[in-house]
Design a protein around this ligand. Structure first.
Ligand SMILES: NC(=O)c1ccc[n+]([C@@H]2O[C@H](COP(=O)([O-])OP(=O)(O)OC[C@H]3O[C@@H](n4cnc5c(N)ncnc54)[C@H](O)[C@@H]3O)[C@@H](O)[C@H]2O)c1
Ligand SMILES: O=C(O)[C@H](O)[C@H](O)COP(=O)(O)O
Length: 368
């Protein structure tokens, strides 16, 4: 069996027991490279559709990502090609990014997040965790998720109610059709209704926010304080927009070691199920290193998060990449050569905990 996988996919060793693994650059993958492949494993930069797979031998496609907007699932189903992805794999990494973003923005505004309102758009794997963590931090929560509302989940608001909150964070899939389509969910009108003492964080997909409208607003000194991990024109990041946001990063909110490995591991499980073979036993988990917990202020919590991962570094690196001759290639290189970054549960917390900070810290250090 021939397995073609994205070059940025770690942890492929277990697949070697199932077939011959070849890695290729995901953004440049061509149909000719797949003609005699049986299995295709991608990340978000490969568009998987008829143009890529017609007249190939591929019968199983896996995407080691949460998002699936790059996959034409209807076409795969029509061809009887099995599809699997990795829901929730990097949700903790994204939630840690969002928590750090909230603390960074509050620090810039010289305010405390406690008592501020947080509006969460989309309450799935990531949004659900963000709701739980920001509530534990002492923020009041409003959520908009029309799909959950139709399933009977109570207490949800409308998008426009949620966009009134002090902090707005986006966690929806990118969808282009239907009444819940999310493309340009934050269009020019909705963005213009936001005040400049609000904060906006986008870690889902660039096109959920109309980037041109956002830039126009920010250039006039209006609009919310903004953090963008995702950009409408990736791998191109408009320098003007980068200069206007408080922090910007190259689509890496989910790039923890654990999140990436879990994505690959979930695909391995799905492929073994499909092949009806038992997955090989996994190696024992190593004991966890200690991390001291002197948290008695928001600054301490921010330092703790930044000891594991510092968003300001990603912002600086993205800025440097925009100075290079080919910024789009530099964007991809930043992602390919991304430094090792662990989720907080990689460490074992040590030391007395101030009761005020217990709710959030207990959530950060558990594995679930
Ligand atoms: N930046 C990154 O590295 C990164 C990492 C992981 C995920 N993501 C993106 O974040 C998205 C969300 O991740 P997730 O794991 O929470 O996905 P999920 O599928 O678990 O949850 C998405 C939620 O959005 C809701 N939703 C759909 N349309 C909506 C709308 N119009 N308004 C409000 N809610 C709506 C759904 O009902 C669902 O509850 C993914 O689809 C992916 O595109 C980005
Ligand atoms: O949807 C996701 O899971 C993330 O956006 C995705 O993992 C980003 O990383 P990439 O797949 O592009 O390497």
């Amino acid at each position: 069996m021939k397995i073609i996988a994205d070059a940025n996919m770690p942890g492929l060793e277990p697949f070697e027991a199932l077939g011959r693994v070849e890695q290729h650059e995901g953004r440049r993958l061509r149909r000719e490279q797949l003609v005699d492949a049986d299995v295709l494993l991608v990340r978000s930069v490969t568009r998987v559709d008829q143009a890529l797979l017609s007249d190939t031998r591929v019968r199983f496609v896996g995407s080691a990502t949460i998002g699936t907007d790059h996959i034409d699932q209807a076409w795969l189903a029509s061809q009887g090609i099995m599809f699997a992805h990795a829901p929730g794999c990097n949700a903790r990494a994204v939630a840690e990014y969002v928590l750090q973003s909230v603390l960074l923005l509050c620090k810039k505004r010289q305010c405390s997040p406690v008592g501020l309102s947080a509006g969460i758009v989309g309450m799935g794997n990531v949004g659900g965790r963000v709701v739980d963590w920001l509530r534990a931090l002492g923020m009041t929560i409003r959520v908009c998720d029309p799909l959950l509302a139709r399933k009977g989940v109570a207490g949800l608001g409308t998008i426009d109610e949620v966009l009134e909150c002090d902090v707005v964070t986006l966690h929806v899939p990118l969808t282009e059709a239907g009444e819940d389509a999310t493309v340009h969910l934050l269009d020019s009108k909705r963005l213009r209704a936001m005040r400049n003492n609000q904060m906006l964080i986008n870690t889902c997909r660039g096109a959920v926010v109309d980037n041109q409208a956002l830039l126009a607003l920010l250039e006039q000194g209006k609009g919310p304080m903004t953090i963008l991990d995702v950009w409408e024109s990736e791998p191109v990041v408009p320098e003007a927009l980068y200069r206007q946001v408080q922090y910007g990063s190259p689509h890496i909110a989910g790039y923890s070691v654990e999140g990436k490995l879990k994505g690959t591991e979930m695909l391995h499980g799905a492929l073994c199920d499909w092949l009806q073979v038992a997955p090989a036993a996994r190696a024992n988990v190593l004991s966890k290193p200690f991390m001291d917990l002197p948290v008695s202020s928001e600054d301490d919590l921010l330092s703790l998060l930044q000891a594991a991962y510092d968003l300001r570094e990603d912002h600086r690196r993205l800025g440097d990449s925009l100075e290079q001759a080919d910024p789009a290639a530099a964007f991809d290189r930043l992602r390919k050569d991304y430094p090792l970054r662990h989720e907080l549960h990689h460490w074992q917390p040590r030391g007395a905990v101030d009761p005020q900070w217990q709710p959030i810290l207990s959530r950060l250090f558990v594995t679930a």
